[in-house]
Design a protein around this ligand. Sequence first.
Ligand code: NAD
Length: 501
Amino acid sequence: MSSVQELLVSLGVNPASFQNGSLKVHSPIDGAPIANVVEQSSAEVTAAVERAHAAFTQWRQVPAPRRGELIRLLGEELRANKEALGRLVSIEAGKIIAEGQGEVQEMIDICDFAVGLSRQLYGLTIASERPGHRMMETWHPLGVVGVITAFNFPVAVWSWNTALALVCGDAVIWKPSEKTPLTALATHALLERALKKFGDAPEHLSQLVIGQRETGEILVNNPRVALVSATGSTRMGREVGPKVAARFGRCILELGGNNAIIVSETADLDMAVRGIVFGAVGTAGQRCTSTRRLIVHSSIAHELAERLKKAYRTLPIGNPLEAGTLVGPLIDKAAFDTMQTALQKAVEQKGIVTGGQRVLHDRFPDAYYVEPALVEMPAQTEVVRHETFAPILYIMSYERFEDALALQNEVPQGLSSAIFTTNLLEAEYFMSAAGSDCGIANVNIGTSGAEIGGAFGGEKETGGGRESGSDAWKGYMRRATNTINYSRELPLAQGVKFGDD
Ligand code: NAD
């Protein structure tokens, strides 16, 4: 058994699920095959939806704080296995060790949040216009939740959805990325351990279905799946959204971003450089919140570009499992080819490119490591308006703050945004109704990453969904408005008279 397979077994995964299946998994670290995962047929996926629905009808009747106990147990499993699961994330998705561990920490954090939430699924009490009446809102479990996830956050995104959905009384079916099924198998094995300790949860409350996008399509088209929470490219969201809408299902879409940082002439440049470099090259530019555009005041544009070039020259690129590495590999050759095509286009559109070449091909001929690229652009051209899922940072300059804001908002995506400034008026304007149009608008902190306490998601082509903290849980429940008459009269609303009145 290879070391990856031993790691999987130590996390509780049955070897039969990854030894002789049809889905070949490669590690982006060296391109080597690491497992052959068993995929589910379409009939099996449909049967899983039926089983999930049966589980839902029981789980919705379990008191919410008791449901929270299951998530508390899941959090314990994750704590105990943080290092092993984080390592598997690094092996399968190519993240550096600290980011792999950080991803598991996010899972632990959302579990803690959801346990508290299980006692706080509050509704409002509303003043009734009728005497002797009371109105209120009640939140009820929604149904089966289909969770479709992307390769770059192979486990955290599942937990953001599942911790909330299970506490809210729903059943879950997870379709992970076809590029990262091993971390899904391991995560699900940990949930199964928690379920065993919990004792009496209905069978099939949470299921994992492995396959290509067609597997996801079965969840998308099945009316038994009340909510589809899909994370991935805008292309995917464009296919999924209308199909779910056509059957009046509910969607949470978490799609591509094209995140910008505005750097004002008053910015603390030391802080800005740190925030920009982490945001642009972390996870090798493969985060939905990666910094892809810099909009810099012309008076400091040259200085900032030079400082970034200097910082980029010393970036440790290499095997993400080795201590000291900050930039790991791209996920695969297709990602590398897409990056090179974008850089060619940038040159055609008058950009000046620094970096961007493939490196380490002698040591890793079947893996794709790149120098992160800085591209000085004369304008926000067509290529800049696109999300290229790779470490490319476009730099543009501005004269007036209003122009910077217009550039920031003038792209189809609306996920994350930031401004570095010490000018209070600019900072407030950036966060105001006329400011950034993104779901995340930060001041003096970069675009990348987010705490689980806030609702996460973005506007426009990012899909409009919200998950994780704040009141995102409402997306996983249905709301009933209740009017209770405790009088002996039956007054009608709006003063309507009917019959003998
Ligand atoms: P992708 O769109 O190729 O795939 C994502 C998932 O959707 C996979 O599980 C895939 O099998 C499934 N899928 C694809 N087409 C489908 C369809 N028609 N019906 C049902 N399922 C389908 O994305 P990827 O390459 O894995 O991930 C990178 C993308 O994800 C980037 O665009 C990134 O910005 C985005 N992303 C967004 C967020 C967010 O929260 N906004 C988070 C992570 C990643």
